[in-house]
Design a protein around this ligand. Sequence first.
Ligand code: SF4
Length: 635
Amino acid sequence: MPEKKPSIKPFGYNGKILHVDLSNKTWHVEEPSEKWYRTYVGGSSMASYYLLKELKPGVDPLSAENVLVFACSVLTGAPLSGFNRFTVAAKSPLSHGFGETEAGGFWGPELKFSGFDGIVIKGRADKPVYLWINQGKVEIRDAAHLWGKDNWQTKEIIREEHGDKRIRMVSIGQAGENLVRFANVQHEMAHFNGRTGMGAVMGAKNLKAIAVRGKGKMILADAEKVREIGRWHNERIKSHPSNINLTKFGTTFQVSVLNHTGMLPTHNFRDGVFAGAHKINEVTYHDTIFHSRGTCYACSVKCKREVSKDDGKYLLDLRHGGPEYETLGTLGSMCEIDDLAAIAKGNQICGLTGMDTVAAGCVVAFAMECYEKGILTKEDTGGKAIRFGNADAMIWLLEQMAIRKGIGKTLSEGVKRAAEIIGNGADRYAFHIKGSELPAHDGRGKTAMAMGYALSATGADHVECPHDTAFAANISPLNPVGLLDTVEPLINDYNKVRYFSIGQRVWGINNCYGICNFCSVPIHAMDFDHLVKTVNAVTGWQTSLFEIMKVSERSITMSRVFNNREGFGPEDDRVIRRWHEGFKEGALKDKPIDRDSFRKVIDLYYEVSGWNAEGSPTTGKLIDLNLDWLIEEAV
Ligand code: SF4
């Protein structure tokens, strides 16, 4: 276990990790050393540490034996745009491997202000409970009255119960309770720890919510320096083109960009151009359903969207947020649905019931293709024609999945397991990587991103490495980490391996230090120099870009060891069949990812990373990263 901390009060972090055992209804506080915090710092790195230490290989992700980690970082809660993220991690019910997902919002900072840097949850309550953390005091409370309630109702009831509207909450809806494998953890209807099924893990533990209230202050080593960096950062956000775009349109502009470049996932990844893209793009969005912008703690970008409309068919409630790009892609073009109000309605259903819109949209598209091919029929769907383009069918399927009813019960297992249950060749249309459905970015147009989908420990992940297209014309933001040549998005060669390997470690920084990618290095307003200065000003450490990159590499390596000991190997580092087939039209027509050259870059990445031919980190690499305690674990 981590060494005891020294007696001095740390800067930035609290030095306290809360451990809760739901089976015994007990809890205790661990106080790790400064050395431990400096080694693991937070987020995905801290979560990987606890999953490797506390979770035995081979356990059922939906059993009491799974371990669920909520991890802030040493920086979470610093008064800077984007320094608000926290990680939720456990063994994933979708992949049976490493499960991890980040969200921004306000919950992470509130947990820090309440006195804790993270929570490690074991066991399973014998009846529904919620955790109430108030100024460092912890209670495990009865949640019988909350079970069956949606996420909005849960938040309102708990706030009313305590007479405090400022309580921050993560919770699950009916989907998490019903063990939908892609259930998410949501926070205030706008922020989602969406991927890898962490809501189902909460549901399996009978844990409905974690409500937090903290009035403490984050003690900064050099508060004036942090304020100075914050002013610089916010000024830069105002003039940085990518941040200006995010403020104006959120992420919705991606619909136009990706459709124009021929890689907007359409018809279950069959096509890259969607005829109805103009009906769901950023212009239509802001002309029709947009109401206002939302934000996260201390962030001046304000990329969140809130929508409102009553067209007589779909009532969109402003309080329930609005779809971001990924949802427009998965519930929209993937299902060939061009009705923006219907997509926003689907987004609200997912928000209220607690389902990841990425996975849910992919599952709907899979079901629609099975119906198109005659693998599913009206007998399976209770008479519904679940055709591509049928918005009512999309909404109906989402509702059925959340309550696991009829065909929804099969689909709630995710595409991999649903295809096994359905049989009859359904697996040809079940697109997943390591059991995880794919976000709305097509790897045929961005091969480093495709490497990220293949190599991410969580399965298909579009935020594993900065997308190739961001650096096709100008690589200068990545010069400080030694990348000097611009990136060719369609090429698969050793240069791409180098770009991916370094780019992965760069974006991994944001997951470990709890920073939003939309505010941070390397694409948006933060630069490496100010990032290093921020860590130093918050913590009082004398860190360097070298040490920060090592933290990220350590985290990537730990999650790989986790998967290796669960039985994952090189055959799992792959992309989907359709990406090895060409598009029939659009800018990327007849440009598939070549299977052999892709395998070669994956194998070369193992070498670059200090992994053996089986994709396992070598003893030398583990020693290099201060992970000698994992030598026995690595297989
Ligand atoms: S850029 Fe958007 S997602 Fe990121 S912290 Fe700001 S408001 Fe939140």
